[in-house]
Design a protein around this ligand. Structure first.
Ligand code: PAF
Length: 287
């Protein structure tokens, strides 16, 4: 497996592969890799001639400096996992390589991301999705993949990236991949490494509450279903729901009635102490 630090080296590799008519699978990550990432990598490797994975903790998508400073990093372990997963090359640039003019002085481009970027995550983390769109569009321009793979744990991110690709006229297939969970139901996330043993024991209640609410929703309104989830999670010591919204899976706009959309998804963010965890659940998808 090649470990590439410069965009120019990735571009050279990609030009050669494309010239040979090879397809390129791409998995963008911020490192601290776990089984969830590896399931994306596995899929990319099985569907493309070569697979490139990026490992880059992108400063422009963090609106909280403490969150950026404490984001887990373990490059050596990441490279070991990727080498064992059949990845052709890892692109692990420095901040200077990705933002040559510096993060502060960089030229900003306002991406048209639609409503998806201003509700829920977009509302609670202002600028977050502009930062995601910025780094993903830069990575796409360097890697020029045939297909790019994203985990459905970040359900809102996928909607935003789809909007970005459409509004920028980028010809890349976006492939959503199912959430991977630990045996007790907790969605796999790099942030799980930040949980204390006690928080880790309690955190699966997020998924349990969401999963149970699917059955509950069959005989209750959107509002009652919403409240049942929030009350149950808020009752767990040390846990606090930041938001829970039941939305249209295409637009991410809140639903008031189950009949309003054929696709209903519940998106949640919960603070376990200081650790911010996200998850989601599908109530129905008839499209
Ligand atoms: O989902 C992530 O890990 C990040 O948001 C991404 C897509 C790698 C962009 O930094």
């Amino acid at each position: 497996m090649l470990i590439l630090r410069s965009a120019a080296d990735v571009e050279t590799l990609v030009a050669r592969e494309r010239q040979n008519g090879h397809t390129i699978g791409f998995v963008p990550t911020m490192g601290a890799l776990h089984e969830g990432h590896l399931s994306l990598v596995e899929r990319a490797v099985s569907e493309n001639d070569i697979t490139i994975v990026s490992v880059f903790v992108n400063p422009t998508q963090f609106n909280n400096p403490v969150d950026l400073a404490t984001y887990p990093r373990d490059e050596e372990a990441d490279f070991r996992l990727l080498a064992g997963a059949g990845v052709s090359a890892v692109f692990a640039p420095s901040v200077e390589e990705m933002y040559p003019g510096g993060v502060e002085g960089r030229e900003r481009h306002e991406f048209a991301l639609g409503m998806a970027a201003v509700v829920m995550e977009g509302k609670y983390r202002p600028g977050h999705f502009q930062g995601v769109a910025e780094v993903v569009s830069r990575l796409f321009a360097i890697v020029r993949p045939t297909r790019a793979y994203f985990g459905e744990k970040d359900f809102q991110q996928i909607a935003v990236i789809r909007n970005m690709v459409q509004s920028e006229g980028i010809d890349i297939e976006i492939v959503p991949c199912p959430i991977r969970r630990a045996g007790d139901g907790l969605a796999l996330s790099s942030r799980n490494a930040l949980l204390t043993p006690e928080q880790r024991r309690l955190a699966p209640e997020i998924h349990r509450a969401l999963a149970d609410s699917v059955e509950y929703s069959r005989s209750h309104s959107v509002r009652a279903t919403h409240d049942s989830v929030v009350e149950r999670i808020d009752a767990v010591p040390g846990m606090r729901v930041e938001y829970f919204e039941i939305v249209d899976g295409r637009t991410l706009l809140p639903l008031e009635d189950w009949d309003e959309s054929p696709w209903a998804v519940g998106c949640i963010t919960v603070y376990c102490g200081e650790v911010r965890l996200i998850d989601n659940i599908c109530y129905k998808k008839n499209i």
